[in-house]
Design a protein around this ligand. Sequence first.
Ligand code: GLC
Ligand code: CA
Length: 531
Amino acid sequence: MHDLDDYRWWQKGTIYQIYPRSFQDSNGDGIGDLGGVLQRLDYLEWLGVDALWLSPIFSSPMADFGYDISDYRAIDPRFGTMEDLDRLLDAVHARGMKLILDLVPNHTSDQHPWFREARASRDSPKRDWYLWEDPAPGGDPPNNWLSVFGGSAWEYDEATGQYYYHAFLAAQPDLNWRNPDVRTAMFDVMRFWLDKGADGFRVDVMWHLLKDERLRHNPPNPDYRPGQPEHARLVPAYSEDQYEVHTIVEQMRAVTDAYDDRVLIGEVYLPLGRLVAYYGPEGRGAHLPFNFQLILLPWEARRLDAAVNAYEGALPSNGWPNWVLSNHDKPRVASRVGPAQARVAAMLLLTLRGTPILYYGDELGMENVAIPPDRVQDPREMKEPGIGVGRDPFRTPMPWDEGPNAGFSEGIPWLPLGADYKSRNVSAQQSDPDSMLTLYRRLIALRKDEPALAVGDFVPVPAEGDVLAYDRVHGGRRLLIALNLGRQPQQMNYAGLSGRILLSTHCDREGDSAHATLRLRADEGVIVAVR
Ligand code: GLC
Ligand code: CA
C-alpha cells in the first residue's frame, strides 16, 4: 500500500483538454483565445480538474488549426501574446493546477523558416531537415505511402525537382528526425517552454516520428473496405511506428526529466502490444502513452471488460494507465453512445485505474454538431468530403449560458453552436442537481476524496451481459463499481456484498444499502462502498 503522496499530480489528478479556438473568445473575433481560458479558470477550478492541456496555440497559418506550426516559440496572435501565456501559467499555478502544452515535433508548417530554407535549394543547409527524395523512374512519387488525410504522402516541388514527405497535409512537411540537428532544435523548443514553467507536453503523433530509411512500400491492407479513408488501403508498416522511434522518445523523456515534476504524454494510435512499448524500456519513455480504447471499441460491456483487463495486464510494472472518451479528432462520446450511456461513460472514465483525460464540453454531454457545407473548416473533411472524417462537429464552441452565442463570443463563432445550447450550457447545468455537469463534478470530487479511486488497485469482478463491474481497493477501503451498459434493468450477484451506495449516475440513490443482489436500472452505474 502506498501513500497518496507517493503519486505524481499526473497520476492522481484529472486532466482537462481545451481546444483553445472553441473554449472562450475574449475579443469578439469569434475565435477562442488565451484571454478566454484565463476568464474561465474559476469554472475549471470549480469543476475540480487538476491540469489543463491546451491544443496548439503557437504561430500557425492554421492549415490544420495549429497543428501546422510556423514558429514554435511564439504565440499565434489569434490566441493572444506571450504575456497572455505567462499570465495564464501564473494563474493556473496560483490555483494549484498544471498547464500542459501541445508539442508538434513530427512536422512543421510549410511556412516555417526551416522549411522555406530547405525548399530554397538542394544545397540548402536545412535541406536534410526534411524528407526529400528524387522521383521514381517515370516521375512518380518515391513510394506508395499515403497521407493520413488522403492522397499520396509525397508532394512534388517543381523548383528543385524532388518530392517531400508529408504524413498529413502538403502544408505540413515531416521533419527528418534522423538528423541530429532536428533533434537538438526540437529539444531546445521543449526546454524553452519548460523553462517558462509549462508542466509538460502532449506530443502529437509520437508514433510517426521515424520512417523506414529505405522507404520500402507499404503492403496492402487486406481488411480495407470501400468507403473507408484512403489511408486505410495500406498497412503503414514502413511509415509509422518504426522501432528506432523509442530512442527519440527516451531522449524527449530525458529532456523532460531534467525538470522537476513534468509530464510527457504521447499521442499513439496503435494496438495494445505496440502501444505499451511507448512507456519505454524501464519506463524511460512517455509517462502516459494515450490509451484510446474507450474511443475505438464498441460500447459493449464484455468487449470493454476484456479490453480493460488486457490493458491492465499489458502495462509494464511501472507504467501508469490513462483513459480517454473523446478528443478533438474523434466524435463526442455522447453522440457515440447516446446521452443516457454518456453518464455511464463518465463514471467509467473517472473510476478506472489511471489518469482520466476529459475533453472540454463532454462534462455537459455535448454532442456532435452538424456542420452546414458552407461552414466546413476542417481540411480533413475537405480532402475526403462526405465520408464522415471531418472533425468540425466535435470542435464547436463551448456553451456557457443561454445568452447570445452561448456566452462564447460577442462576434460570430468560427463554428456553429449546438442547436441545444439554450438548455445545454454551463450556467443551466451548474444549478441542476441531476445534470451531467453535476455528475462529472461529483465524480471528480469523489476521486479526490477516495484514494481507492485515485490510486487504488483494480480488481476485476465477474459480471454478465450488459454489466461491467470492478473493485477499486486501497488500504482497508473497497469500492465496487457496477455499470449497466444496456437499456434493460440488470441484476448483478456479488457474493456476500453488503455496502452503501456512494453515487449513482442517476444522482438519486446515495446512502441506499447494497446487497448480494445488486439491482441496476437501465443505463445506470453505481459506486458502492463495500463493508
Ligand atoms: C494529431 C492531431 C490532429 C492533427 C494531426 C496532424 O493527430 O491530434 O488534430 O490533425 O496530428 O498534426
Ligand atoms: Ca478571440
